[in-house]
Design a protein around this ligand. Structure first.
Ligand SMILES: [Zn+2]
Length: 302
């Protein structure tokens, strides 16, 4: 199937079952969990239950990006969150309408310094809900150790200027393991992640060049693989696929994930690669994460 047909099929499937998937995800997330678990709320938006601590990174309703979805997803249960980590204020990561419904609850918001003013004006949190994320200043929230760091969302222009956005990445310690979230990256410095090696689980956002998603071999494949491998991840969770509000030339999907999976350097490094679909979950065991298969539906985890 060509890319355009594949995207249309994925869009039709998503519009058909997003509400049921969201509800199943929330129900599963609320159940007590012995092992760490993660669900994908949307393309690169994560919900966690780790040792009974419920938290999220860039939580987002699909309705935020797809206003023609017929029904709003219910969000009341998210008031049970312990904390929320925010990376940056692009619309596919930051959902102020959702976050505003969490103000006045016990949820704490970990907000990067450059976002503080905008966050305060749009979300109106209680002042004691805000925790400022600063690179090099580790935090502990409900026993979870979190280390914010400056990300690489900016692009270097030929004249040396940096354009783009300041974004915060996070390293999080879970059950003796550490997980790395570099967030959106637009400058793949090959050694950027080296100081974090080895990483138990790397959450990497697939991006292989602006406007390049319809090209057979997008130009940044090698740069992406070099970037990822520098931290020697045991498991790679690949996300930012099927961001359905984007144009096809900027939408990453299964073909691109398969291209990374089949890359020689990836197979030589024998890294487990998982590319969960929106609504799908992963549960961590001794062997690393496995797809959580809800009996009521067929998982699209790849
Ligand atoms: Zn972004």
């Amino acid at each position: 199937m060509n890319d355009l047909k594949h995207i249309e099929a994925a869009r039709t499937a998503f519009y058909g079952d997003y509400l049921a998937r969201w509800q199943a995800m929330i129900d599963a997330w609320r159940r007590p969990a012995a092992s760490p678990k993660m669900w994908l709320m949307y393309a690169a938006n994560y919900l966690f239950n780790t040792g009974g601590v419920r938290w999220a990174l860039d939580p987002l309703r699909p309705n935020r990006l797809l206003p023609d979805l017929p029904v709003e997803v219910p969000t009341e249960a998210l008031r049970e969150l312990s904390f929320v980590l925010l990376t940056h204020s692009h619309t596919d990561h930051y959902d102020p309408d959702l976050l505003r419904t969490l103000s006045g609850s016990r949820v704490r918001f970990v907000v990067p310094e450059p976002m503080l003013e905008q966050f305060d004006a749009q979300v109106h949190p209680d002042p004691d809900q805000i925790v400022v994320a600063r690179s090099g200043s580790p935090l502990t929230l409900d026993g979870v150790r979190i280390e914010p760091f400056n990300g690489w969302h900016w692009a270097q222009q030929p004249d040396g200027r940096r354009t783009g956005m300041d974004a915060t990445g996070y390293r999080v310690w879970v059950a003796g393991a550490h997980w790395l979230f570099p967030g959106d990256v637009r400058t793949y410095r090959p050694d950027a992640l080296k100081p974090y090696a080895p990483v138990d689980c790397l959450f990497a956002h697939l991006w292989l060049g602006r406007g390049c998603a319809l090209i057979r071999q997008p130009p940044l494949c090698q740069a992406f693989v070099d970037f990822v491998l520098a931290c020697r991840p045991r498991t790679l969770v690949l996300s930012h696929l099927y961001e359905l509000s984007r144009q096809p030339e900027d939408m990453w999907h299964r073909r691109h994930a398969d291209m990374i999976r089949a890359h020689d350097a990836m197979t030589n490094a024998s890294i487990r690669l998982l590319a969960p679909a929106v609504g799908d979950g992963l549960a961590w065991g001794d062997e690393g994460p496995q797809a959580i298969l809800e009996p009521s539906r067929v998982s699209r985890v790849g």
